[in-house]
Design a protein around this ligand. Structure first.
Ligand SMILES: CSC[C@@H](O)[C@@H](O)C(=O)COP(=O)(O)O
Length: 312
């Protein structure tokens, strides 16, 4: 199954808001529909957003206003703007060239994820690895295989995975809803943990490596990823556990010198005070909802890309 693809003249994508209860494909015909799907996280995860941006330019039919709106639908994952730009530069060559460029972005993601899986699994030492991860970085965050969870998949295929400890990833529960769903489909052993249990389990020696994805990697290696990643990086350093970022080269933003320049998406307060329409805090409670945090490069053991290993 592909998370996102171009099928019979439209974008098709898995509506991730409905998982794990239902696996429903959405057909997207307009940029407005695509921007809505991106904002409400029906499609999400940096590599999948890159492909959404690329395919969205085909839907935009050269309209610069639509392209600008698509490019800005979410601010933190650089892949979205990157995917748009990869395709938009072919607009003068006509619709055939635009579609071909968009499909190249899709195919490049499939190849990049496979390469990251291999390189990441080669990097990690040990035969029975216990991996901790946050958010969802699997096939649902890309096209076919994921980034950090792509490494987990490769380890599992090689018979080297003991267990995954997956953080539930408040407030939208990408870990509880999506990562567990993917790990179960892979047949990979896993347990779900509360986000706040991460550093404690690291301190107890229950983890061999922390693997996370990235939404934007600044030129100095500072890395924006799902909120909670920074706490894991601090816990991992204290426990002497490798903290490894797995992301395609397209997530590295050479135009952003360091983490303090990365725009962090602030999402709706309702996502914190309620879940799926059920209020969990007293009425009128205010909330802060940064969707990402920044892990400074000195806490990162290695960045595994589709082309190389960087030690920031
Ligand atoms: C391979 S996905 C890398 C990141 O995009 C992922 O870790 C993440 O933070 C996704 O956040 P989301 O808000 O679900 O789009």
């Amino acid at each position: 199954m592909r998370t996102i693809d171009w099928v019979d003249g439209a974008v098709e994508l898995v509506d991730q808001t409905l998982l794990p209860d239902k696996c429903v494909m959405l057909r997207i015909h307009t940029v407005d529909q695509l921007v809505d799907a991106i904002r409400r996280l029906a499609v999400r995860g940096a590599p999948a957003l890159g492909v959404a941006g690329a395919l969205g330019v085909v839907l935009a039919g050269g309209d610069p206003e639509l392209i600008a709106r698509l490019r800005a639908a979410r601010p933190t994952a650089v892949n979205l703007a990157w995917g748009v730009d990869q395709v938009a530069e072919h607009l003068p060559e006509g619709p055939g060239a635009v579609l071909a460029a968009a499909l190249r972005v899709r195919d490049a993601d499939i190849a990049a994820c496979r390469a990251m899986g291999e390189r990441g699994a080669d990097l990690l030492a040990g035969d029975r690895l216990r991996i901790m991860t946050v958010c969802n970085t699997g096939g649902l965050a890309a096209v076919e295989r994921g980034t950090a969870l792509g490494v987990v998949q490769t380890l599992h295929e090689r018979g080297r995975l003991a267990e995954v400890l997956a953080l539930e990833t408040r407030p939208l529960l990408q870990g509880a809803r999506l990562t567990t769903w993917e790990l179960a489909r892979m047949g990979a052993p896993h347990r779900l943990i509360a986000d706040s249990a991460g550093p404690y389990l690291l301190a107890k020696g229950e983890v061999d490596a922390v693997l996370v994805g990235a939404d934007r990697i600044a030129a100095n290696g500072d890395t924006a990823n799902k909120i909670g990643s920074y706490a894991l990086a601090l816990g991992a350093e204290r426990a002497g556990v490798p903290f490894v970022v797995v992301a395609p080269e397209s997530t590295i933003d050479q135009n952003t010198p360091s983490g303090e320049h990365i725009a962090i998406e602030d999402r709706d307060e309702d996502e914190i005070v309620a879940f799926r329409g059920v209020r969990v805090a007293p009425e009128g409670t205010r909330a802060a909802n940064p969707a990402f945090d920044v892990t400074p490069h000195d806490l990162i053991t290695a960045i595994v890309t589709d082309q190389r290993i960087i030690r920031p």
